[in-house]
Design a protein around this ligand. Structure first.
Ligand code: CDT
Length: 303
């Protein structure tokens, strides 16, 4: 089936001390609501299971580790997988991943695709990690993704699922045209992504009023220039003293926003997605085989 309803499942703020059980219950409630409104796929935000912890400089490793998942599913996250099976829903989930490899801890900002039989059918580890490595006390809040995560080591894979070719990315990746182009070259028909975007950007506060504009600008351009659907989901609202933008949306391959949330809490935006509409763009203005000129694009791939 290449035509179905997709639900973008925005989450409102998650408190630092909110339990996984509580967050997962909020998410399962959104899955049930999405199902009742006809959805077959639900997309959750980046780091959907916890507060956006890179805003704090955490010196205590045990305290940091509490924000990561060491198993997926775990006892705490299994209700999401059970709900997928019960409701016949697939989902995208962003979370902090902690794995032990060769006796050392590796940390990634990760997303997975889970199908309606509860199987993990795709995994992505965030490539464009924003922010900084060191504690910078002058900032009103930190953005320590470069400290808390390694560069993703899986590239930008695509996955056959949900009736077509699916791609994933996470938050800052959406600002980079290369993300969408690599996924587009691999045939992605729908790109799912979650984000946590502070309204205030301490390095250029004069751009704060452009945060919502830039959010949609880069994703609408990515959808259009690659002829794919984009489902983009915020963790929104006033979270632990930091305002996060909303603007969760579903974008058609023409670049048009076809559904959008209105507020900053737990909320669904739904749209009927027809994967065959990718052809409107991919067989015309962005017919890669006919019009792309890669021999003139060398600097894009130079380090
Ligand atoms: N989570 C994430 O990637 N957020 C970034 C904030 C950029 S400012 C440090 C984003 O691109 O929205």
């Amino acid at each position: 089936n290449r035509q179905y309803v997709v639900a973008a499942a925005q989450l409102g703020p998650i408190a630092r001390d909110e339990s996984r059980a509580s967050t997962v219950a909020r998410m399962v409630a959104l899955m049930r609501k999405a199902k009742s409104r006809g959805a077959e796929v639900v997309v959750f935000p980046e780091l959907a299971l916890t507060t956006f912890f890179p805003r704090w400089y955490l010196e205590d490793e045990a305290e940091l580790d509490r924000f990561y998942e060491t198993a997926m599913p775990s006892d705490e996250t299994r209700p999401l997988f059970d709900a997928a099976v019960e409701l016949g829903l697939g989902f995208y989930l962003g979370y902090a991943e902690l794995v032990q490899e060769n006796g050392r801890k590796r940390r990634f900002n990760t997303s997975i695709l889970v199908d309606s039989s509860g199987e993990i059918v795709g995994k992505y580890r965030k490539i464009h990690l924003p922010g900084h490595f060191e504690h910078e006390p002058w900032r009103p809040f930190q953005h320590l993704e470069k400290r808390y995560f390694e560069h993703g080591d899986l590239g930008f894979p695509v996955h056959e699922a949900f009736g077509g070719t699916m791609g994933m990315c996470l938050c800052n990746d959406r600002r980079w045209p290369e993300t969408f182009r690599v996924l587009g070259l691999r045939g992605a028909e729908m790109v799912m992504l979650g984000y946590n975007t502070p309204l205030h950007y301490p390095l250029a506060p004069e751009h704060d009023h452009l945060q919502n504009f830039h959010n949609h600008l880069c994703m609408q351009a990515g959808a259009y220039a690659n002829g794919c659907w984009v489902v983009a989901v915020a963790k929104a609202g006033h979270e632990e003293g930091c305002d996060l933008i909303g603007g969760t949306c579903i974008i058609a391959p023409t670049g048009e926003i076809v559904a959008q949330t209105q507020g900053f809490g737990d909320e669904l935006a739904l749209a009927e997605v027809d994967l065959d509409r990718c052809k409107e763009i991919r067989e015309n203005i962005f017919n890669f085989a006919l019009h792309r000129e890669p021999e003139d694009y060398a600097p894009i791939c130079a380090p």
